[in-house]
Ligand binder design. Sequence first.
Ligand code: RP5
Length: 166
Amino acid sequence: MPNQSPIVGVVMGSQSDWPVMQHAVNQLDAFGVPHEARVVSAHRTPDLLFEYAEQAAARGLRCIIAGAGGAAHLPGMLAAKTTVPVLGVPVPSRYLKGEDSLLSIVQMPKGIPVATFAIGEAGAANAGLFAVSMLATDHPGLAEQLARFRAEQRDTVLAMQLPPSS
Ligand code: RP5
């Protein structure tokens, strides 16, 4: 894509979320989507959260992928402060394994939507792919890349061999 300023923001509540959230970034890298990645915490840096959300549209962000764990208020609070679409990724938590994160993100009140993905790496990767899909509606080159990706995935599955049964 010609424009190198970020059009997708990837934010997470802590550096400890990176092993999961890097899977979203990897997808954006794979499709050549300009993006940025930052730590923004709903609870520890609330002022930064507000600033990030308030500036998102003017900075040209087309969507924000937000991952957090536990009392995962980051995606919902971003969505409360911007109309830029927010894609929420529940990060696995230590004690409740991310079910807390999932419920915190998915149970938004009517009127403030967050598109919520699966817990963990698959959710992060799918959030990245979903961002690509949204952008592809305006970028034919991205749509072609996505079609190739799907075809390669299909061919990989069709070529799978199971071991002989004993
Ligand atoms: C959340 O608290 C973060 O998103 C992270 O998943 C969780 C734990 O953060 P750390 O204590 O590891 O910094 O805000």
